[in-house]
Write a protein that binds this ligand. Structure first.
Ligand code: GDP
Ligand code: IMO
Ligand code: MG
Length: 429
């Protein structure tokens, strides 16, 4: 089985969209299996830049896109994104996009609660994208969610909305935020039904058929292992499992249908939002990485925090995320830095750790232990073959492979689709 799952190996924005787009030329189906429109995946093809949040990145190559049940779907955001890419010349219709009928929906109550909670947390805020992702997943687990299939049953929908509002209005009241009336929400959902239901199907059947007929499927993760609700820097995480294992549950396929797991990692580290970040740089080197790497959030426009490559953390992501190979992106951003540092472990209250412990206090206290490497002055921007890279860059990549205990199989050297170096074919497993 030559399927590939692409997941983030750091705190997101590693370049998953670019890598999925690169691989999608040889896949037939691209599946999103978790997250929602908190994701922002950028694809650069010639003079066009596509910023996708919900649409699987394969739509740009004209491949069939599937939104799996593990996603939380904001109908308005989806329709707006379809219109946005439509204006860029991409036609998205039920012909090339299918959505799992059991996908939970994000309703206006969810961003309202997300924002009210963040405001109430003050300085302790998570720094969420404010898209309602956490509250929507809570409703799914709390068995209150409105799902896509409910739009076809007005009576079920009406009864479920009563349950949902009972819960949400109590919370919003407690937070001093405005409450929601049922009728406008019901009317809006009934108006959305004819636009959304044509996309709805039992996608597990289609994926089962794809499996049986050896069609290549690409699973496109959003966020990253260190934002995973179990394995990340909790509570400064998103509300879904971002590890490759969730591709199975989030799409309705067998675990052995996932195939090769490609972890995407930047050649340095970034993070947007609050939470621990042991290798964060507050100096001009960090500012330089942000400026050269254009590190501003795709979704919220917030500046991303920048720091050195954390091999200890990526090694952990490799282990818990099930990563078999790494795609290392943004190598070009390190051009011209004379001395590079790689974190190989942490010192926490006088003790050395080769992993990031789970306790929030220990994570906040983690001091990086660095190994220093020589940088390079030549440009790697746009390199398309390994032979074009300076010896110091090759050494840096090789050292990363050793430390994270996974081979680097792809290298990316610019935002542009074709500025990619393949060292080993991910579809070959
Ligand atoms: P994603 O969320 O993982 O898909 O990543 P984003 O799209 O949010 O952020 C990655 C950013 O880096 C985007 O602006 C990409 O166009 C850009 N990018 C991807 N790969 C490279 C690369 O190798 N070099 C440079 N300079 N930029 C890259
Ligand atoms: P992609 O797919 C980077 C971060 C938010 C916040 C935390 C929780 O583009 O890599 P949420 O809105 O999910 O409840 O926010 O997670 N976050 C991301 N950071 N890339 C993303 O997606 C992210 N999606 C969420 O900044 O810290
Ligand atoms: Mg992003």
């Amino acid at each position: 089985m030559a399927n590939v799952a692409v997941i983030g190996a750091q705190w997101g924005d590693e370049g998953k969209g670019k890598v999925v787009d690169w691989l999608a030329s040889r896949a037939e189906i691209v599946v999103r299996f978790q997250g929602g429109h908190n994701a922002g995946h950028t694809l650069v093809v010639g003079d066009q830049t596509y910023k996708l949040s919900l649409l699987p990145s394969g739509v740009v190559r004209g491949k069939l896109g599937i939104i799996g049940n593990g996603v939380v779907l904001d109908p308005d955001a989806l329709l707006a994104e379809i219109a946005k890419v439509g204006a860029q010349g991409l036609k998205v219709s039920p012909e090339n996009l299918r959505i799992a009928e059991n996908t939970p929906l994000i309703l206006p109550v969810h961003p309202a609660l997300d924002k009210a909670r963040e405001a109430a947390r003050g300085d302790a805020k998570i720094g969420t994208t404010g898209r309602g992702i956490g509250p929507a997943y809570e409703d799914k687990v709390g068995r209150r969610a409105i799902r896509l299939c409910d739009l076809a049953e007005p009576e079920t929908l009406s009864a479920k909305l009563d349950q949902l509002l009972l819960h949400h209005n109590a919370l919003l009241r407690g937070l001093g935020a405005p409450q929601f009336q049922k009728q406008p929400l019901l009317d809006a959902l009934l108006a959305l039904a004819p636009k959304l239901l044509p996309y709805s199907e039992a996608v597990w059947e289609r994926l089962d058929e794809a499996h049986a007929t050896n069609k290549r499927v690409l699973f496109e993760g959003a966020q990253a292992v260190m934002l995973d609700v179990d394995h990340g820097t909790y509570p400064y995480v998103t509300s879904s499992n971002t590890v490759a294992g969730n591709a199975a549950a989030g799409a309705g396929v067998a675990p052995n249908a996932i195939g090769m797991v490609l972890g995407i990692a930047k050649a340095y580290t970034t993070r947007v939002g609050s939470g621990p970040f042991p290798t964060e740089l507050h100096d001009e080197i960090g500012q330089g990485l942000g400026a050269r790497g254009r590190e501003f959030g795709t979704v919220t426009g917030r500046p991303r925090r920048c720091g050195w490559f954390d091999a200890c953390m990526v090694r952990q992501a490799v282990k818990v995320g099930g990563i078999n190979g790494i795609a290392l992106t943004k190598l070009d951003v390190l051009d011209g830095i004379t001395e590079l540092k790689i974190c190989t472990g942490y010192s926490i209250n006088g003790q050395v750790f080769k992993r990031l412990p789970a306790a929030a206090g220990a994570q906040a206290a983690a001091q990086p232990i660095y190994e220093v490497m020589e940088g390079w002055t030549q440009s790697t921007y746009g390199a398309r073959s390994y032979a074009e890279l300076p010896a110091a860059a090759v050494k840096y990549v090789r050292r990363i492979e050793e430390l994270v205990e996974a081979p680097v199989v792809l290298l990316s050297t610019s935002p542009e689709r074709d500025d990619t170096i393949t060292l080993r074919d991910p579809f070959a497993g």
